[in-house]
Design a protein around this ligand. Structure first.
Ligand code: MG
Length: 249
C-alpha cells in the first residue's frame, strides 16, 4: 500500500528510503479543530482596524507568523509593511478576539494517532506557527505524555515562519534525525511546503475548506481526508515506509 506515492517521493528527493523515527506535527487544524476560530478572529480584527479582508483567506495564510500575515495585509492595503508597534497591537487584538470566541476541540483521530506513535516509540515534536499559550498549555491535558516543553518548536523559536523550512529543520535537529528519518503532518499548504522544503515525507490532511489539490501542489507526499483516516492507516503507512526502498529500474 502507498508504494507508488513512496517511490515518487524517494525519487523526487533522491533518497534511498524513509525510516521514520520522528513525527513532526503541526497543531492548529491538525491536532485541534481551531482554524475556523483563527480565521474568524483575523477577519474580526481586520474589520475593527478598517483593513479589508475575507474570512476564508486566512486558511491560506495558516502557518505564517502573525507578523508576516499583518505585513501581507498592510502591504496589500497601504503599500508598505506595518511598524513593530502596529504588529504588536494588532496581533495582541487578534489573540484577544480568538480567546473570546474560540471553543476549540481536539481533532477527531488526533489522540489515536499520537497513542500509536507513543506505543511504537516514535518521537513526537510539535511544530507550530502559533505563539498562543492558551492552546500550547492545553496539550498536556488533552494528549497526555505526547509532548513536553522540550519537544516543541513554536513561533517564539523561529526567525522564519512556514513556508520557510526553518521550523521543520529546527524540529529535526531537536529530534536528532535526518530529513529521511521523519514524517511531517500538516493541514495547510504553507505548512506542507515547509515540510517538503525541509526534505521530510510530508503527509497532508484536509481538515478545512482547502481542497486536497492545494496540499498536493504544495508538495504533500500523501493526502488523507481526515485525521481519523490518517490514524487508521498510519500503522500500514509506517510499515510500507520501512519496507520500501527506492526502485532504481
Ligand atoms: Mg495547521
Amino acid at each position: 500500500m502507498f508504494t507508488d506515492d513512496i517511490q515518487a517521493f524517494l525519487k523526487r528527493h533522491n533518497y534511498i528510503k524513509v525510516e521514520p523515527r520522528a513525527a513532526l506535527i503541526d497543531m492548529d487544524g491538525t491536532l485541534y479543530d481551531s482554524m475556523r476560530f483563527h480565521s474568524r478572529a483575523w477577519h474580526m480584527m481586520c474589520s475593527e482596524a478598517g483593513i479589508p479582508s475575507e474570512e476564508d483567506e486566512f486558511f491560506m495564510y495558516e502557518g505564517r507568523t502573525g507578523a508576516s500575515t499583518i505585513n501581507l495585509l498592510f502591504d496589500r492595503t497601504y503599500g508598505h509593511n506595518a511598524t513593530e508597534d502596529e504588529i504588536k497591537r494588532l496581533y495582541h487584538r487578534k489573540t484577544e478576539i480568538f480567546q473570546e470566541i474560540a471553543s476549540v476541540e481536539k481533532m477527531p483521530g488526533a489522540e489515536d494517532l499520537l497513542l500509536f506513535m507513543q506505543q511504537i516509540e516514535m518521537q513526537r515534536i510539535l511544530v507550530t506557527g502559533s505563539g498562543q499559550r492558551s492552546l500550547i498549555d492545553r496539550l498536556e491535558k488533552d494528549f497526555p505524555g505526547s509532548f513536553s516543553s522540550e519537544t516543541m518548536i513554536t513561533a517564539r523559536d523561529v526567525v522564519h515562519g512556514k513556508p520557510h523550512p526553518e521550523p521543520y529543520t529546527m524540529a529535526m535537529k531537536l529530534a536528532k534525525v535526518q530529513p529521511w528519518q521523519c514524517v511531517v503532518i500538516e493541514n495547510a499548504p504553507l505548512g506542507v511546503a515547509a515540510g517538503d522544503a525541509a526534505g521530510a515525507f510530508t503527509i497532508g490532511v484536509t481538515t478545512g475548506p482547502i481542497p486536497r489539490e492545494e496540499l498536493e501542489k504544495a508538495g504533500a507526499a500523501l493526502v488523507f481526508d481526515s485525521m481519523e483516516e490518517l490514524a487508521e492507516k498510519f500503522p500500514i503507512l509506517v510499515y510500507s515506509l520501512i519496507t520500501t526502498s527506492r526502485n532504481f529500474n
